[in-house]
Design a protein around this ligand. Structure first.
Ligand SMILES: C[S@@+](CC[C@H](N)C(=O)[O-])C[C@H]1O[C@@H](n2cnc3c(N)ncnc32)[C@H](O)[C@@H]1O
Length: 309
């Protein structure tokens, strides 16, 4: 089982990953790209390791209005196998890059969707996007709710990695990635490469008929003008962000904490925009400019869904 950096195990019957795996067992993957011979969606199920499909999925409890203990997972109540989404497998990683837990990413995104101004497809923005793992995972798991994904970071290297990960949401980008993984599998003959090829086939079934809009740019999250310039008229419905904390990542530049980030987002986003934040318990995601809709804790993380007033 893996979490985040690729833990948790996949499987409710209505989950995209489950549908992808079912399709791969019975027929060519519906999302397999372009009928390419190399991209048939044929999948070696033995490559998936300890898959644990859970057959039952209870509906999430109503939006948080109660006074009792806060459920950690309201949408992602089951553990699933997210091996296909492991950083460094099909999605690209980098030394020192963090990978947000997939189950928590999906939970945070769905809580944000539940409060979004529209029930249609939404534009998501991560102002500390790192390698784009969080955005790409959401684009794959919840592509039907996503019309665009925008990432910015103070680090140009991170932005470049984000761009290449977001490209996997486009059939051409995923096909390129698959081609390289197949070359590696042929050249090195390692199980890891063959497993990655199988994962890429399954992920192709998650792609949407229309690839989402993608934009990346370098900006300091403490600089609202830089964010506005990078967004260049795009009005994100949701900002979703895993802020720097801990040893693996630290604030750099003008933003020195979640408060500064929220102040920038308040200046750059439209009223009514939703901000979903994961921060450390010591750096609570709170601001007078936002109405706090939900907040809860998972381990050392404090999470919140806020609405810009
Ligand atoms: C925890 S990582 C984010 C990982 C990312 N969510 C992902 O899924 O790959 C935090 C990121 O914040 C970035 N960062 C640090 N200070 C920043 C700032 N002032 N403005 C924008 N990004 C910043 C770091 O470069 C790092 O990539």
């Amino acid at each position: 089982m893996s979490d985040g950096s690729c833990q948790d195990t996949a499987g409710g019957l209505d989950s995209p990953l489950h549908r992808a795996r079912s399709a791969s067992r019975s027929k060519p993957l519906p999302g397999a790209v372009g009928g390419s011979r190399r991209f048939t969606g044929e999948v070696d199920e033995s490559a998936t390791g300890s898959v644990n499909f859970l057959l039952d999925r209870t509906p999430p409890p109503p939006l948080w209005q109660h006074r009792g203990p806060v459920p950690v997972y309201r949408f992602e109540q089951q553990r699933r196998d997210y091996t296909d989404l492991a950083a460094g497998r099909v999605l690209r990683g980098a030394p020192g890059a963090t990978a947000f837990p997939v189950r928590l990413a999906s939970e945070l995104a769905q809580r944000a969707f539940a409060h979004a101004p529209s029930s249609g497809a939404l534009l998501l923005y991560d102002p500390c996007c790192g390698g784009g793992y969080l955005l790409t995972v959401i684009g794959l798991l919840h592509g039907a709710r996503v019309r665009g994904l925008v990432g910015s970071d103070v680090s140009p290297d991170a932005v470049s990695l984000c761009e290449s990960n977001l490209a996997l949401l486009d059939p051409d980008g995923l096909r390129d990635r698959l081609g390289r993984l197949e070359q590696d599998a042929t050249s090195f003959g390692k199980d890891a490469h063959r497993d990655a090829v199988a994962s890429a086939g399954r992920l192709s079934a998650l792609l949407q008929p229309q690839a989402p809009l993608r934009r990346t740019f370098v900006a300091d999250a403490g600089d609202p003008e830089a964010i506005q310039a990078g967004l260049d008229g795009l009005g994100p419905d949701i900002a979703i962000v895993d802020v720097p904390y801990g040893r693996a990542s630290a604030w750099a530049g003008r933003a020195t904490g979640t408060g500064a980030l929220l102040a920038s987002l308040a200046a750059a986003l439209r009223p009514g925009a939703i901000v979903a934040v994961a921060a450390s318990k010591r750096d609570r995601p709170e601001s007078d400019r936002f109405e706090r809709l939900e907040h809860w804790q998972v381990g050392k993380r404090a999470l919140a869904v806020l609405r810009l007033r």
